[in-house]
Design a protein around this ligand. Structure first.
Ligand code: AHR
Length: 343
């Protein structure tokens, strides 16, 4: 009798141990692919990532039409190559719909992990959820998704990037200082529906609220694009000839605006003060030339941080929901010495 009870006890213990091991297991077949259950044991119900020597990383880029994007892609490619991992790279060419399809294609290819720069906040939130359902962990790089649709620690692992609200605030503070708190401003907005456009607008507009002399005459979408920035500036300049300041959500649009101002016989840097965001080489050169006043850095070199965070996640470490890049600030005092390292 005693022997039967002892044996039954052992059977129960073994069953419990097998169940526990199954709950905490990781796959070794390529990490995310192969249908790992979302919510299969990791904190917040995130898919798990196995610890392996090599990963297949999906990087569905938004577009490749400006130096910032090219620098970001180069950083990702360098890092993946340096580590001997595999990269599935696509270029959505400025289409959120294409980027969603590119994520779906990565899911079908059973990649291990997705490093996603979501072009727009809403459409890409759905793609993030599809990846979670397929058991593939997603890290958001540089842009965010709509937080009412998808959340860090639940639907994706974390956001890695700059504080865009802070960037807008820093641009506003510089402009207030530079103009003595009096400016008639044209705001060139980034891509409509993109998190940096929403946040840079908020950061800037909140910061100038207390200044009665700072007026935004007009705000229009220039899609983070040099030529669109030039065209929008041309149109707005005709409607608002009293403009004496431009806040552009990225350097490319500021450079487009400088071209439009010159074509209209205005003197950028003298009768119109410009401030923008990114810190690309052409912007630093424009600061040295006295045409652009300042540029708040938005660092595009994500490769090392994305890889380190992915490895930390695979090792079971707790990943904070937001990992914020420290950004510099460029103006006439330091632009020249930073040109050599710029992209
Ligand atoms: O998401 C970051 C922004 O996207 C950069 O400021 C811009 O240049 C890029 O296209």
């Amino acid at each position: 009798m005693q022997r039967a009870r002892f044996l039954a006890g052992w059977v129960l213990l073994v069953v419990a141990m097998v169940a526990l091991a199954a709950c905490g297991s990781t796959t070794d077949d390529g990490g995310g692919g192969g249908g790992q259950a979302a919510g299969g044991g990791a904190a917040g119900g995130l898919p798990k990532l196995a610890q392996k020597d090599s990963y297949t990383v999906c990087f569905p880029q938004t577009e490749e039409n400006n130096p910032w994007r090219l620098a970001q892609t180069a950083s990702i490619k360098d890092e993946v190559q340096k580590r001997g991992w595999k990269l599935v790279y696509t270029n959505a060419a400025g289409s959120a719909a294409k980027q969603v399809a590119d994520v779906q294609s990565c899911i079908a290819q059973k990649v291990d992990v997705i490093w996603l720069p979501p072009r727009e906040e809403k459409p890409l939130a759905t793609a993030v959820k599809s990846a979670k359902q397929a058991g593939i962990p997603v890290f958001l790089l540089d842009r965010n998704v709509d937080q009412s649709l998808a959340k860090a620690g639940e639907d994706y692992v974390a956001f890695i990037g700059s504080d865009f609200v802070e960037e807008g605030k820093r641009a506003a503070e510089w402009l207030i200082e530079e103009t003595g708190g009096k400016a008639n401003i044209i705001q060139l907005l980034g891509t409509s529906g993109a998190s940096p456009a929403n946040d840079r607008r908020k950061g800037f507009e909140d910061a100038i609220k207390s200044q009665s002399g700072m007026k935004v005459l007009a705000s229009q979408d220039g899609d983070f694009n040099r030529d669109k920035g030039r065209q929008v500036m041309e149109t707005l300049l005709r409607a608002h000839p009293n403009v004496d300041a431009v806040y552009a959500h990225n350097d490319e649009m500021a450079i487009g605006a400088i071209a439009a101002l010159k074509a209209a016989g205005r003197k950028p840097g003298q009768d119109v003060t410009l401030v923008s965001i990114d810190g690309e080489r052409a912007a630093l050169e424009a600061i040295v030339d006295g045409e652009l006043g300042a540029s708040v850095e938005c660092n595009p070199r994500f490769g090392p941080k994305a890889a380190e965070t992915t490895l930390a996640f695979a090792a079971g470490q707790t990943i904070p929901p937001k990992i914020i890049n420290p950004d510099k600030f460029f103006d006439a005092s330091n632009a020249k010495e930073n040109i050599a390292a710029a992209y």
